[in-house]
Design a protein around this ligand. Structure first.
Ligand SMILES: O=C(CO)[C@@H](O)[C@H](O)COP(=O)(O)O
Length: 230
């Protein structure tokens, strides 16, 4: 049990710290965005509390839930988190992803401006930048319109991302959700998603961006995923 408590304490620190990246890269306003991480080897996840300012977040305020999104009380000494706080309102979507994508260790949701502008139009972001080939392996897809409150958003994320290399999906009229092998990777995908959404939008103001050949996209993706940074 103490090994699990140590693991949860570490993940709470990581998840808390990663929320500072959302503000650093200006991906969120007010409290509208969230990071979660799976607790490896357990049917548990750690996510931010709902409606708490980013600058007020501390590791102790992170909420531990099961993979149905239900907060867990732990051993009653408060070591698993503050039982008085509700988990993020997007918890059900994060939990659905963890239940259905076993290799995913982190999930991020933002309403970052340019990516959400594409989502509002329901338009996938075409792969016209080498950075997109590297990180997304092609187009960033659009997921269905879905309301918060049940598994609809999670199902839309999983169904869309299973059919794609992309770790990012633009949920229609809502905003981006990103996944990664861990929470840091999912945050990186959220940062990259906003960056390419902005660049492709600006490019379009100048004319029609040039497509990249599918074979070249595969080469970019393969090098970046398997060689870059090793
Ligand atoms: O999209 C929405 C609400 O429509 C959410 O992303 C919330 O804005 C997230 O807030 P928290 O519950 O995580 O504080």
């Amino acid at each position: 049990m103490s090994a699990l408590l140590d693991t949860i304490a570490t993940i709470r620190r990581e998840v808390c710290a990663l929320h500072a990246e959302l503000t650093r890269y200006e991906l969120v306003v007010w409290t509208a965005g969230n990071v979660s991480a799976r607790v490896p080897g357990h049917d548990l996840m750690v996510i931010k509390p709902s409606g708490v300012s980013y600058d007020a977040l501390t590791p102790e305020l992170m909420v531990v839930t099961d993979l149905q999104g239900v907060p867990v009380a732990g051993d009653g000494d408060g070591a698993w988190g503050n039982p008085d706080l509700s988990p993020s309102s997007d918890t059900a979507a994060h939990a659905y992803v963890y239940r259905n994508m076993p290799d995913v260790g982190g999930v991020v949701h933002t309403h970052s401006t340019y990516a959400t502008a594409w989502a509002a139009r329901g338009e996938p972001i075409p792969c016209v930048l080498t950075m997109m080939g590297d990180e997304f392996g092609g187009t960033i897809p659009v997921g269905p319109f879905a309301l918060i409150g049940d598994d609809s958003i999670g199902r839309g994320i999983v169904d869309t991302l299973r059919a794609s290399h992309s770790p990012a999906v633009l949920m229609q009229n809502h905003g981006p959700f990103t996944i990664g092998k861990d929470a840091r990777s999912a945050v990186k995908a959220a940062v990259m998603c906003e960056e390419v959404a902005r660049t492709v939008h600006i490019s379009r103001q100048l004319g029609e961006p040039l497509p990249i050949d599918a074979g070249q996209i595969e080469s970019l993706y393969s090098r970046y995923q398997n060689v870059y940074g090793r």
